[in-house]
Write a protein that binds this ligand. Structure first.
Ligand SMILES: [Mg+2]
Ligand SMILES: [Zn+2]
Length: 196
């Protein structure tokens, strides 16, 4: 293998709720899982550009006792099946189950993996040989933009989910590289801004 083949790769780190699927509050039943109509095509376009797509999601509903880790994993298997039907693929899912005010003792903690903490991106980068500084973070909250800044990635805020509200409430000293309508537009922006 040439050194280049081993070099860490660019990736796309995607938020889940409000970005890939509708943000329904705490998604606690599969009946409420609503994939945006453009999600499959957008992920397939990123796949075709050989960009690993990794989901990074805060799931404090686990710490709050609203649902279990098993449910979150079942949700991700269901999403995978929807994507596979459209020949699109998520390389891996990483979720933070914690919250400092959780009611489930095992998950009640101040952690490094709840966004904007960077631990999930670091874990993914290690496992999948990714270079966060060449990568992109897409999400609907300023916490996603902050995560991008923390890891040296480019940040794209989508207006779906909380994004339109977030856009109207700018955070001093924090700016996205792009603010776009949805994940389809984010994928287009990424494909136009890939390093050669
Ligand atoms: Mg979100
Ligand atoms: Zn955590």
């Amino acid at each position: 293998m040439t050194p280049a083949a081993d070099a860490p790769r660019a990736a796309v780190f995607l938020d889940r709720d409000g970005t890939l699927v509708e943000d329904v509050g705490y998604l606690d039943t599969l009946a409420r899982l609503a994939v945006f109509p453009w999600t499959v095509d957008a992920i397939r376009a990123l796949n075709q550009a050989a960009l690993p797509v990794v989901v990074i999601t805060n799931q404090s509903g686990i710490a709050r006792g609203y649902f279990t880790e098993a449910f979150v994993e079942e949700t991700h298997r269901t999403l995978d099946a929807t994507l596979a039907a459209g020949r699109a693929r998520i390389a891996a899912y990483y979720y933070c189950p914690h919250h400092p005010a959780g009611v489930v003792a095992a998950y009640r903690q101040q952690c490094g993996c709840r966004k904007p903490g960077r631990a999930l991106v670091d874990r993914a980068a290690q496992a999948l040989n990714l270079d966060a500084t060449q990568s992109f973070v897409v999400g609907d909250k300023w916490a996603d933009v902050e995560l991008a800044r923390a890891v040296g990635a480019r940040a794209i805020l989508v207006r779906t989910g909380s994004g339109a509200v977030e856009e109207r409430r700018p955070r001093p000293g924090l700016a996205a590289d792009a603010v776009v309508d949805n994940l389809a537009a984010a994928a287009s922006w990424i494909l136009m801004h890939l390093n050669p």
